[in-house]
Design a protein around this ligand. Structure first.
Ligand SMILES: CC(C)(COP(=O)(O)OP(=O)(O)OC[C@H]1O[C@@H](n2cnc3c(N)ncnc32)[C@H](O)[C@@H]1OP(=O)(O)O)[C@@H](O)C(=O)NCCC(=O)NCCS
Length: 140
């Protein structure tokens, strides 16, 4: 089941972010993940009551900026993020994001979902890594 997280999901998200193990190429700390919720929407993919995957986006009119997304380790490659991206596509006409150039898995996910690479921002991340800017537009 996919739904937007509500205030009542506060503890679930807190636990989830604290236990989520970041992987190479993913540069959000648990505190940053949690804090980002103040100015964004976070959509979750659930199995029963368990939060399996999250997609955090900032709506800007009929577009949205995807800030971060993650699937619980051990639950990847089961279509959870594809489901969350499809859900985001049903609400917006354009989706934008940036991804660390070293994060090949995420870039493959985005390309499979129809995103196109539009620009590379040099030395964008704290470790000196480049950011790849990608966009998806309905109908293209
Ligand atoms: C990247 C990530 C979100 C993918 O989530 P997921 O739930 O496993 O993705 P899905 O199962 O929906 O994948 C859909 C398709 O995307 C592609 N894909 C996803 N992850 C991939 C990977 N690591 N390598 C290659 N292709 C991948 C595949 O084509 C996949 O379809 P398939 O499994 O039938 O081949 C997950 O690996 C993750 O949480 N990574 C750590 C956090 C992160 O890097 N977030 C992105 C930066 S904010």
């Amino acid at each position: 089941m996919i739904r937007k997280l509500q205030l009542s999901d506060h503890q679930t998200l807190k636990t989830w972010t604290q236990h989520f193990q970041p992987t190479p190429g993913f540069y959000w700390t648990p505190q940053e993940l949690f804090d980002s919720w103040k100015v964004t929407d976070i959509w979750g993919s659930f199995e029963a009551d368990h939060l399996i995957a999250c997609l955090c986006l900032q709506p800007i009119g009929d577009s949205a900026e995807i800030l971060w997304l993650a699937t619980w380790p051990g639950k990847t490659r089961q279509g959870h993020m594809k489901g969350l991206l499809d859900n985001a596509k049903s609400h917006f006409t354009t989706l934008n994001l940036e991804v660390h150039q070293s994060n090949e898995g995420a870039q493959k996910l985005y390309l499979k979902a129809g995103f196109k690479e539009v620009y590379v921002r040099k030395n964008y991340y704290k470790d000196g890594g480049n950011a790849v800017l990608m966009t998806w537009t309905a109908g293209l």
